[in-house]
Design a protein. Structure first.
Length: 363
């Protein structure tokens, strides 16, 4: 565990009633066991898997690495813009950008970690072909070509950076995100069009109805599936809802693992709607669209910033559909921007991990 001890933020618990009038989270503490049924050593750190992409996943990882040393990031690979999109088009590789951001978020707070985080995030500025390419993208792709193995290469980059956790792609094939969008063309506000590409979906002026992947049944990376099945906690979100969070639920093997895992599942909501992609969405609407894409998915906890939830009863009702309790905590930075504070978010996760379904502290 690195960094300062997280400040314990206030955590407000809103517990919905489950079937039969019983609180939805009152399921009893499960035995401390690994996937293979072996007893887990008391006091061991929780095994946590975080799913997402972009800056949302980076925020979650920056918080989680402060409270556990057993952390795996499973990252979406549908990006088709910027440096990642250019490398994908030119070399036929997975888009490395979100993987790079996750690795940077896992770098420690010491000089070594922060130096390498800056290096891999550095973008060249030039009049030539290197313009806006990120150093980390080039490093990751070079190792993929050298080793011929996505997972081995990412593990090696993580070792070089001293990353406090592991980064895995959700699939080993590049994916295209497609969306059905109402009003993508402002001159035809009532028509529904198919919009192709993550970058285009993220910036659409229309209303996203649903998303899907091409190919429709991509293979999951086996190590990612194993990590979810072997986890104590799985964290989904925050992040771009349709282009970074929901895509994980569209990979059949990964969705099966999320449904079948004995891990507890936390959904971390965004601090504000995203212009274009989720413009005007309430916190409960984020849950509704998630449920439409993965109706079999159950959750244990929905985490939201208390200042970002104007209608707590509606959010509680939406969480009830997943069998989840709602936890409200101050997790936003105090500068007025819709960004998570790593220490406050770490404190919220730490409290959730301690409070829900476990006897005694992890540490």
């Amino acid at each position: 565990m690195t960094g300062r001890t997280p400040r314990l933020g206030r955590l407000r618990r809103v517990v919905p009633e489950g079937r039969g009038g019983r609180p939805a989270d009152a399921r009893g503490a499960r035995p401390e066991q690994t996937r293979g049924g072996r007893p887990r050593r008391r006091g061991a750190q929780p095994k946590v898997v975080a799913l997402g992409g972009g800056m949302g996943l980076s925020a979650s990882l920056a918080a989680l690495r402060r409270i556990t040393g057993d952390l795996t990031a499973v990252v979406t690979v549908a990006d088709d813009g910027g440096s990642s999109g250019r490398l994908r088009d030119e070399l036929g590789v997975l888009p490395p950008g979100d993987l790079r951001k996750a690795l940077a978020a896992l770098c420690g707070d010491d000089d070594w970690g922060q130096t390498w985080a800056r290096v891999i995030q550095h973008r060249f500025q030039s009049q030539g072909d290197l313009h806006e390419h990120a150093v980390g993208n080039l490093l990751i792709v070079a190792l993929w070509e050298q080793l011929g193995d996505h997972v081995q290469a990412l593990d090696l980059v993580g070792k070089l950076l001293g990353a406090h956790g592991r980064v895995l792609p959700m699939s080993a094939v590049p994916l295209e995100l497609q969306a059905l969008v109402r009003g993508h063309d402002p001159e035809r506000p009532d028509e529904v069009d198919t919009v192709r590409g993550q970058a285009t979906v993220a910036l659409t002026p229309g209303e996203v109805q649903s998303v899907h992947l091409v190919p429709s049944d991509p293979p999951a990376v086996p190590e990612a599936v194993d990590a979810v099945l072997d986890a104590d906690w799985v964290v989904l979100g925050p992040g771009s809802w349709f282009s970074s969070v929901i895509p994980h639920l569209l990979v059949p093997e990964l969705l099966d693992a999320l449904v079948e895992t004995k891990a507890r599942r936390v959904l971390s909501l965004n601090l504000a709607p995203q212009p274009g992609e989720t413009e005007g969405f309430s916190p409960q609407r984020h849950l509704e669209v998630l449920g439409r894409h993965a109706p079999k998915l159950a959750l244990d906890v929905v985490l939201a910033d208390e200042a970002a939830v104007p209608d707590r009863d509606s959010l509680t009702d939406a969480a009830k559909g997943f069998g989840a309790a709602v936890e409200l905590a101050p997790v936003a930075r105090t500068d007025g921007t819709p960004r998570h504070d790593p220490e406050l978010l770490a404190a919220a996760y730490d409290r959730i991990f301690r409070m829900h379904g476990r006897i005694g502290p992890w540490r």
